[in-house]
Design a protein around this ligand. Structure first.
Ligand SMILES: C[S@@+](CC[C@H](N)C(=O)[O-])C[C@H]1O[C@@H](n2cnc3c(N)ncnc32)[C@H](O)[C@@H]1O
Length: 271
């Protein structure tokens, strides 16, 4: 089994995605989507960004490596009556079956960053975007003090070392790597912009309950707990994550957790 696919099929990311819908909506609003735009959402999950793009009249294809998320996205599109939103299984580092120059906009929010072989990802997104089109990525930033970078950092400390040659997904959050990877795919530096932006997680429960959701449904956290349990360290991991979520919570309401997280927003103007 492909470990990249297994990681994301392991849990149920829809349970975390539910806390990201408002920011997904804001992110798409900022993309100035016009009707009939051809949009590819890579690592689309169940459609947090694909769905608002389709609601604005774009023809949207969501591609994701996890078959359970492709099914979940398809169900959501059908329930919303969006015939212009489709999902299919695929790998961001090998988009075979998708023709060159097919999309006006390729978007990937915390999606393609998780595919192995980042150079291949850059090559593929540039290949399927049309000349004059745009690629917009959202990538978590290594070492950032906000939520997701810290979850991944803490989880990493409880997990076995990655296999030799493994390139951390977080490397996509470093501007120099972004420029190098898109440069190798034929995009000059002047056509790439990187800026910091914020995604806010809104969860209808306490920070402790939000940690429980990550433990139960978020593949990377599930794997960290599996490893920690083997070493008798699961309680320590739980404690560290609860302290993190508590300290980052900005909600004053007892039944709501609201946590902003910083990410690198990358925009590429396809030559
Ligand atoms: C953190 S989730 C983000 C999902 C969605 N973009 C969102 O904002 O809710 C990461 C997504 O990337 C997908 N993914 C991971 N590796 C992938 C790959 N190689 N190709 C395509 N999708 C991938 C996962 O299955 C998962 O749906």
């Amino acid at each position: 089994m492909n470990p990249n696919k297994a990681l994301w099929e392991k849990g149920d990311f829809t349970r975390i995605a539910d806390s990201m819908r408002e920011s997904g909506e804001d992110f798409v609003e900022s993309l100035a989507i016009t009707p009939d735009l051809q949009v590819l959402d890579l690592g689309s999950g169940d459609g947090t960004t694909a769905m608002p793009a389709a609601r604005r009249g774009a023809n949207v294809l969501g591609v994701d490596i996890a078959s359970n998320l492709v099914e979940a996205g398809t169900r959501r599109a059908q329930a919303a009556g969006l015939a212009n939103l489709r999902f299919q299984e695929g790998d961001a580092s090998d988009l075979n079956g998708i023709g060159d120059d097919s999309f006006d906009l390729v978007v990937s929010v915390f999606g393609a960053m998780f595919a192995p072989r980042p150079e291949a990802v850059a090559r593929e997104v540039v290949r399927v975007a049309r000349p004059g089109g745009r690629v917009v990525m959202g990538n978590w930033i290594p070492g950032d003090p906000t939520l997701v970078a810290q979850i991944l950092k803490i989880s990493g400390a409880y997990s076995p070392p990655p296999p030799e040659g493994f390139v951390s997904p977080m490397t996509w959050g470093v501007e120099a790597n972004v420029v190098e990877r898109f440069g190798a795919a034929g995009v000059p530096k002047e056509r790439i912009t990187c800026e910091r932006d914020t995604y806010t997680f809104n969860f209808p429960g306490t920070p402790k309950e939000f940690v429980a959701a990550f433990r139960q449904y978020y593949g990377p956290t599930m794997n960290a707990f599996d490893a920690a349990e083997k070493n008798g360290r699961a309680a320590d991991l739980q404690k560290e994550l609860e302290a993190l979520f508590e300290s980052q919570n900005r909600s004053a309401k007892p039944g709501l957790t609201s946590i902003p997280a910083t990410f690198l927003r990358v925009t590429v103007a396809r030559p």
